[in-house]
Write a protein that binds this ligand. Structure first.
Ligand SMILES: *Cc1c(COP(=O)(O)O)cnc(C)c1O
Length: 427
């Protein structure tokens, strides 16, 4: 088997990071310097399939020419005004985005975590002003094993000891129930519903290891929220924008690509959080969408961001969404997802000693390695994949997420599957 030992050139970059950067990540020993579509290249010119897509931020593929073109053009004209003044990109973008996702209003931010923080603030304020929750009593129900970002408030309701440990004191007002469990959610909502402002969920838990709840879970949670006058908040930062074979995962198994409101499957969140691929992987953009009755609780001076809604972000995000629609990437993710899982299922069936199962939706999938989360098996699996030209990363020890850019075609996907099969055979 070819070796994964980094070259002298790669080692130069790795040791610079090691010496001068905080050690808050544990990357694979690969140093990338170029990307195009579903491929990236390292500093020695070696080509790889990117099967992480920057945690689903690069759905449109690396350096998409249309997105880069818009970014360059806007950067040469006007980059930042702050929201102290208007700019000629923001209104156009807000109109486009709210029509695309069918909400009255958007509040623009930059990173995913900021989007989640924004949603929490809107939800709490709605709880006090519209629902009549007594001051400082508002509660938000979240799910176990969640991942919503890295701020002090967000990690306050994390169940991951690495994410949370030694960062207290924690923000109160959050309660966790097991993910995917309608009865547990209903029980939590039945306990003093008058002080519950919202329920915050990931439609599929990506970071936790691509946990797909049972069909009907999201609809049941949304209904339970409605019955109790509680806001249903969907964090679609990782699952949204075509990744799971629907424009939004809350669209469930509807085949519309996210542009209809099919009664059976469409679950409309009260607050929708987007990030990651909203930018096409080019520039940090996040957004919180809601209808007027909710968004109007935020008035001037109560929330904001220096960079939120800047002209480059607006232009880039609009183009990124147009690319999704024009290139039918949602439909591609859906079709290729079936092929990918079928190919992986063959490997699982043939290699039960190494592989436990494959799961996912669209092109957000995970292969569970038949070994303990503490074992090195998944990490070594990924090193072997890298040496054969495919990049993926373990999450929670023994789970490998496979999430290529949605621009990947069938031929490329099958080639990637054969790389995975080769590594399975050799292990
Ligand atoms: C990545 C992610 C976030 C945080 O986004 P950042 O841009 O890293 O702050 C929040 N929620 C979900 C579901 C995510 O996948």
């Amino acid at each position: 088997m070819s070796t994964n030992t980094p070259t002298t050139k790669a080692n130069h970059h790795i040791s610079l990071e090691d010496r001068h950067g905080a050690h808050n990540y544990h990357p694979l020993p690969v140093v990338l310097s170029e990307g195009k579509g579903c491929y990236v290249w390292d500093v020695d010119g070696k080509q790889y399939f990117d099967f992480l897509s920057a945690y689903s931020a690069v759905n449109q593929g690396h350096c998409h020419p249309r997105i880069i073109d818009v970014m360059v053009k806007q950067s040469q004209k006007l980059t930042l005004t702050s929201r102290a003044f208007h700019n000629d990109q923001l209104g156009e973008y807000e109109k486009y985005l709210t029509e695309y996702f069918k909400f009255d209003k958007v509040l623009p931010m930059n990173t995913g975590a900021e989007g989640v923080e924004t949603a929490i603030k809107i939800c709490r304020k709605w709880g006090y002003e519209k629902k009549g929750i007594p001051t400082d009593q508002a509660r938000i129900i979240v799910c176990g094993q969640n991942f919503h970002g890295r701020t002090t408030t967000i990690i306050s309701f994390s169940s991951d000891p690495d994410a949370k440990g030694q960062f207290g004191p924690y923000t109160p007002g959050f309660e966790s129930v097991p993910y995917g469990d309608v009865a547990a959610m209903r029980a939590a909502l039945d306990n003093d519903p008058a002080t519950i402002a919202g329920v915050l969920v990931e439609p599929i838990q990506g970071e936790a290891g691509v946990f797909v709840p049972e069909h009907g879970y999201l609809k049941a949670v949304a209904e339970a929220c409605r019955e109790n006058n509680v806001l249903f908040i969907a964090d679609e930062i990782q699952t949204g924008i075509g990744r799971t074979g629907a424009l939004l995962r809350v669209c469930g198994d509807c085949s519309c690509g996210g542009h209809c409101e099919q009664q059976e499957t469409y679950v409309r969140p009260d607050i929708l959080i987007l990030g990651k691929a909203l930018s096409g992987g080019a520039y940090p953009v996040s957004a919180v969408l809601a209808d007027d009755a909710i968004m109007e609780v935020i008035q001037p001076g109560q929330h904001g961001s220096t960079f939120g809604g800047n002209p480059v972000a607006c232009a880039v995000a609009q183009e990124a969404l147009e690319v999704i629609r024009d290139e039918k990437l949602t439909q591609n993710a859906r079709a290729l997802g079936h092929i990918f899982r079928a190919e992986m299922q063959k490997l699982v069936d043939e290699n039960p000693n190494l592989l436990t199962l494959v799961r996912g939706k669209g092109l957000l999938n995970a292969l569970v390695i038949n070994d303990s989360p503490e074992s090195k098996t998944a990490w070594n699996f990924c090193l072997n994949l890298a040496s054969k030209g495919l990049l993926a990363k373990p999450t929670h020890g023994n789970i490998i997420r496979f999430a290529p850019p949605l621009v990947i075609n069938k031929e490329q996907l099958l080639e990637a599957c054969s790389i995975i099969a080769e590594v399975v055979r050799e292990m």
